[in-house]
Design a protein around this ligand. Structure first.
Ligand SMILES: Cc1cc2nc3c(=O)[nH]c(=O)nc-3n(C[C@H](O)[C@H](O)[C@H](O)COP(=O)(O)O)c2cc1C
Length: 343
């Protein structure tokens, strides 16, 4: 079946790989992004999960190559994640396949404890010239429409420049948290907007979604300013040869996958979120592309080829022995990718 989608102001027929018919439509008004990016740096960000403590915030704030930090995700109450005993293996790096598995399960200190250090720490992030985004999440036993509006209001009161709503939790036994359910997501985001108003910069972060689900989202016209695909897809971790058991020791061996292995999933989602069905309302939004971005070459591809406003990573920085050196390397690789690309 041939489906008709709009990408920016162009009419496209899918599947894009097989058809290259593009009809130019009348030009749209110039899009005026709500969030101003630092003019002196490339649009690189660190994804949620890497920076959760005061120490980590201060460390990353000192990296001048980074335009934005996504800090969190934070939940309403303190959460021990998938291993309250702190004795099980929650992450695994599959070196051969360059794949990282993580079943940490959103462990975080919760908003009350985070309130002790966030206001001052976010001030330092902003003083260092970076955008400070707080990521918030509903846990599996919580109702998103109840906790998310509260959490977003709280995040703004901490001084965040914007709030990322984590709509997918790949480590849970279900993908329905918000991601696969456009109508409950819409309801949650509408309640959030009612609470905080139209002004705050809100980002919705989904998991890996098919074009049909994304089309529902596009028709629903989510009241957010940016989409940040993707959270790591949930998958079974590898079986270890010596034990015959899954590498991840919780969650029946399931974990969120990240790193180079999901590069093409990340690219596909970046592309899909920029298409909209012809019967969906036109909405201008930023794209914060994450998922399989491990170097500046891929960041260049997401931004210059796929049209992302920001490109970021979690796994690459989480595992880096020297995140500052990695950020510098990204800038060199990005510059190398494009003739005439200058800061
Ligand atoms: C160690 C680790 C912890 C993560 N924790 C969170 C989190 O708390 N909230 C969230 O929205 N995503 C979290 N993620 C998902 C990442 O933000 C990102 O969407 C995913 O890993 C894909 O990007 P990557 O390939 O650059 O890692 C985490 C990822 C990793 C590797």
């Amino acid at each position: 079946m041939l489906e008709v989608y709009l990408k920016n102001d162009r009419l496209c027929l899918l599947p894009a790989e097989q058809f290259s018919i593009v009809v130019e439509m009348s030009p749209c008004e110039e899009y005026q992004p709500k969030l101003r990016l630092p003019a002196d740096r490339l649009p690189f960000f660190i994804g949620a999960g890497v920076i959760k403590s005061q120490v980590a915030i201060e460390q990353y704030a000192q990296i001048p190559e980074l335009a934005a930090l996504v800090i969190g995700s934070f939940s309403d109450t303190e959460w021990a994640g998938n291993d309250p005993t702190d004795t099980k293996r929650l992450t695994w790096w599959d070196k051969q396949n360059k794949t990282f598995y993580n079943a940490i399960g959103l462990r975080n200190v919760g908003r009350t404890a985070a309130s002790e250090f966030l206001p001052e720490a976010l001030k330092r992030v902003r003083a260092a010239g970076q955008i400070a985004i707080l990521s918030v999440t509903a846990l599996k036993h919580e109702a998103p429409q109840v906790v998310i509006p509260d959490l977003v209001e709280w995040a703004l009161s901490m001084g965040a420049d914007g709030v990322e709503i984590n709509g997918a939790c790949p480590n849970e036994n279900t993908e329905t948290l918000l991601c696969q359910d456009p109508w409950s997501t819409l309801n949650t985001l509408k309640l959030t907007r009612q609470r905080v108003g139209a002004e705050p910069y809100l980002i919705f972060k989904p998991g890996d979604l098919g074009q049909d689900v994304i089309a529902h989202y596009q028709r629903a016209s989510l009241p957010v300013d940016a989409i940040s695909p993707i959270n790591g897809p949930r998958t079974m971790s590898p079986t270890l040869a010596d034990t015959g058991k899954p590498a991840i020791e919780v969650n029946d061996g399931f974990a969120g996958m990240s790193g180079a292995a999901i590069r093409y999933v990340g690219r596909d989602n970046a592309w899909r979120w920029q298409l909209r069905p012809i019967d969906a309302p036109a909405v201008d939004r930023d794209l914060w592309s994450i998922g399989g971005v491990t170097d500046g070459y891929e960041a260049y591809h997401r931004i210059q080829v796929l049209g992302a406003r920001m490109a970021g990573a979690a796994q690459a920085f989480y595992r880096a022995s020297d995140p500052a050196a990695l950020a510098k390397q990204w800038v060199l690789q990005y510059r190398e990718s494009g003739v005439g690309v200058a800061l």
